[in-house]
Design a protein around this ligand. Structure first.
Ligand SMILES: [Zn+2]
Length: 57
């Protein structure tokens, strides 16, 4: 069974491939075609997590 997630970049569903490039939000969900899917992105590079951002004074 494929786990599907809603990609906020492509605005469509992708099958979760558990690749390093993919990022699925643990607490983000999106309704698509009357179904609730986890939200994510198929290429996480453009999205830098806050903890990964360098601290600048
Ligand atoms: Zn995508």
């Amino acid at each position: 069974m494929h786990i599907m997630y809603y990609c906020i970049l492509c605005k469509q569903l992708h099958p979760l491939g558990f690749s390093e490039r993919e990022f699925v939000f643990k607490s983000g969900f999106h309704y698509f075609s009357s179904n609730l899917y986890q939200a994510g992105v198929c290429a996480k590079e453009p999205y830098t997590l806050p903890k990964e951002q360098p601290a600048t004074a």
